[in-house]
Design a protein around this ligand. Sequence first.
Ligand code: AMP
Length: 187
Amino acid sequence: MYLILLGAPGSGKGTQGAILAQRLGVPKVATGDLLREAVKQETALGKEAESYMTAGLLVPDEVILGLIEEVLQSPEAADGIVMDGFPRTVAQAEAVDRLLEARRARVDGVIVFDVAQDELVTRMLGRAREQGRGDDTPDAIRKRLEVFVEETAPLNAYYEERGIVHRISGVGTILDVARRVREAVGA
Ligand code: AMP
């Protein structure tokens, strides 16, 4: 199964993606994690991406498309994958479609996590205290939420017309939300 988790930063995609991927026996891949690792390792990709990430902006498609290609062409993704944090723009969604088609596969489902804006901010500030993520500062948080609404939320419509969008509430305990996710994808 090829599944996309779509939700604002702080909506619980990462946590729920890990639970779902384990249940399905497929890898969960988060472009945010790959980018943070690239920054840490000071690779060329990391150097290009870092300033955008710190500012709460999306890393430009030209930079990220190669990474998405690498992920979806890898042998690990042969039986399916849970995509966390990508696609984030229409150009990325088109690339995902193209790459899956080359594997004779398609996006099977998109899970949209609904969480109110002030709850998102509270969660991200909490995470900043626990993990010290550089982009969980108040300014970057505001920017990331704005960017989500402007650039990523429109993907809803992109997938909606295919009838593969499952919208669930991302509020409640981890187990509550995990149950909704499971029911949504019939896993
Ligand atoms: P995340 O951990 O998914 O919230 O991602 C953290 C940051 O990494 C984002 O604010 C972006 O700067 C960057 N990023 C992660 N995934 C993508 C993507 N698919 N496209 C563009 N930028 C991304």
